[in-house]
Write a protein that binds this ligand. Sequence first.
Ligand code: ZN
Length: 349
Amino acid sequence: MSRYTDEDREKVRDAVDMVALVQTRTELKRAGSNSYFGRCPFHDERSGSFHVRPLEKHYHCFGCQASGDPFKFVMETEGLDFREAIENLADRFGVRVEPIEEDSGAAEKRQQKERLMALLDRTAGFYERVLIDSAEASDARELLAARGLNEETLRAFRVGYAPSAWDRVLMASREAGFSEDELVAAGLAQKARGKDGIFDRFRGRIMFPLSDQRGRVLGFGARAMRDEQGPKYLNSAEGLVYHKGSQLFGLHLARPAAAKSGTIVLVEGYVDALALHQAGVENVVALMGTALTDEQASQLDRAAGTLLLALDADKAGQKAMLRAGEIAAGRNIELRGACVLGSRSQSRL
Ligand code: ZN
């Protein structure tokens, strides 16, 4: 069995000119710097309900709700499978890709990973609904509202709430056909010490999904509501999909604006990122309390040429700033304007 690596897929996606691609099927009119409209190629219509956002490489039809990325567009308009769509686009936009041979062990591991990501995605959806609807989450809703965050912002980042019961995610996931091993591997449940059985890892916490640059949930950062709950911040346990220090919170939302402006803003906390995004600074990502890693630096490097630091004025913030300076010095990245957010107690959730 052979397949393309994620890197190859991203290389092709980056190379695609979304407007040129869609124009092969329907004529588009420019409606803004990152907005084009035309008649939908997927349903019959006279008006232009079909919307393309070239920076995100995304299309959406307000008439028939068709939506997706360049790969899906080619799959649906030309009747290709995913692999053929990659090859077609690579050809068309001049990218070289090489399929790798995958032995049955690697294929199995990839399928395992895909199941865990499906589990994480549905769990994020569950936490989101709990935050919006449940009586139990009213303190969390108040706390977030007190920081000035509105529902639209919370939805954009898929912020949620984990109920305080020991087994809500466990029960729902089991019912959906996931095993206990999968729940543990996804970092959502843990084994009870000295006993049989497992329980939900996150209980009574505000949940911030940590995603890859395409917005797929890999894990969570979770903020306690009360002092006696243990650590104020608890992250997913390391597993098959979540690796500490390899994500930047909000990167998938920041990328289009970062590409457009050539600048990406780095802050320390989740809430700083949410607040800036809501204020219109969409090219913002958060470090989530970890020191900047090389992997994160290379993601920043790819996202924009200029890195703007907006870190706390405390020791940890200064350390992160120095580290960012070192990393930037070794790269083709310009470091600018070390603007500093207020004291920790004010800026941190
Ligand atoms: Zn349509």
